[in-house]
Design a protein around this ligand. Structure first.
Ligand SMILES: Nc1ncnc2c1ncn2[C@@H]1O[C@H](COP(=O)(O)OP(=O)(O)OP(=O)(O)O)[C@@H](O)[C@H]1O
Ligand SMILES: [Mg+2]
Length: 313
């Protein structure tokens, strides 16, 4: 039998505000996450990701359905749930009046760590997140990106079985982000379960064992990366580099009605939904427009799938 860290059944959250039509922010979502897995929630702005995390972390009551974290119901047993989770939400504020070290120590104490262990961990976590040099500075005096580091660093102070991260990498530089992705993988290898939301698809592609794509509160796709890629059989990414960008190429690309396209320097990238037999014809056509230095054709990326699944019909 598999052990699930999270079980979500037909969960719904409707925001009701006087004078406004109700918003079905989460609309019948079901999924479960085995222990130790990294689960990604993806979706465009307003899809309902943050609302879903708020319900799972007991900050909001669901309108319908049920969710259990480590077998505790989020509505019936919110305190049991809270003991077992730690979270960084989009608008989470660190304790602004405390310095960086005390932020970490307070958080660890709240989760029941003894002070000796907490101090040792704080030292190593501050090192990992490159915040040791401002250990004594109040969080309110830090840049946005550094505050984010402090918030995410807290997750590594404690051993809660489940971690929720709402767009954890916002404001982090690419090098730190890469390092943090590595730390998250280490936590999951230790058996902690991680649920994260992101708009950055390469992040999900690299990190997540399982992905749920949502739009308008509903699931539009679910699976590991390979399964999701099968959803978009027939979507190809073509990239070409010209010696010189041919004039009028933007119009030529638009005429192909691509799912998306991107021109940068002398290179163009086009994602197209076409029959397999026609891909090479398309490549030939575009190649005639100028002197081509490099051509590459590949299958769909997660970004293509995302665009395909969440575009307004
Ligand atoms: N407190 C609220 N009252 C009313 N409507 C809300 C409230 N919070 C969110 N909504 C609405 O619920 C929907 C889902 O919002 P939510 O913040 O969960 O989306 P999201 O997927 O996290 O978006 P983003 O990618 O921008 O963070 C949106 O239509 C939003 O306007
Ligand atoms: Mg959000």
């Amino acid at each position: 039998m598999r052990e699930f860290a999270l079980e979500v059944e037909n969960l719904t959250k409707i925001y009701e505000r006087r004078g406004h039509p109700p918003v079905r922010a989460v609309d019948g979502i079901s999924f479960s996450v085995p222990r130790g897995e990294i689960f990604g929630l993806l979706g465009p702005n307003g899809a309902g990701k943050t609302t879903l995390l708020k319900v799972l972390t007991t900050l909001l009551r669901p309108t319908g359905g049920a969710a259990r974290i480590e077998n505790f119901d989020v509505v019936a047993k919110p305190f049991e749930v809270r003991k077992r989770i730690s979270m960084v939400l989009q608008e989470t504020a660190a304790e602004l009046f405390l310095n960086v070290r005390d932020n970490l120590l307070t958080f660890a104490r709240f989760h029941g760590l003894d002070s000796q262990t907490a101090r040792l961990r704080a030292a190593s976590v501050m090192e990992k997140f490159q915040i040791a040099s401002y250990a004594e500075q109040k969080v309110q005096d830090l840049s946005g990106g550094s505050r984010r580091r402090v918030q995410v660093a807290k997750m590594f102070m404690v051993d809660t079985p489940v971690i929720f991260l709402d767009e954890f990498s916002t404001g982090m530089d690419p090098i730190l982000k890469r390092a943090v992705m590595g730390y998250l993988r280490e936590e999951s290898a230790k058996g902690r379960t991680i649920v994260l939301t992101t708009q950055i698809l390469s992040e999900a592609e690299e990190l997540c064992d399982d992905i749920l794509i949502m739009n308008h509160g509903k699931q539009v796709a679910r699976g590991d990366l390979n399964a999701l890629k099968l959803l978009s059989v027939g979507v190809y990414e073509i990239s070409l580099t010209f010696a010189e960008l041919p004039p009028g190429i933007a119009g030529d690309i638009a005429a192909l009605k691509p799912l998306r396209s991107h021109v940068e320097g002398n290179s163009v990238e086009i994602s197209l939904k076409v029959e397999e037999a026609k891909v090479l014809d398309v490549v030939n056509e575009i190649s005639k427009k100028g002197r081509v230095l490099r051509v590459e054709v590949s299958g769909a990326s997660l970004e293509d799938i995302f665009v395909e699944l969440t575009k307004e019909k």
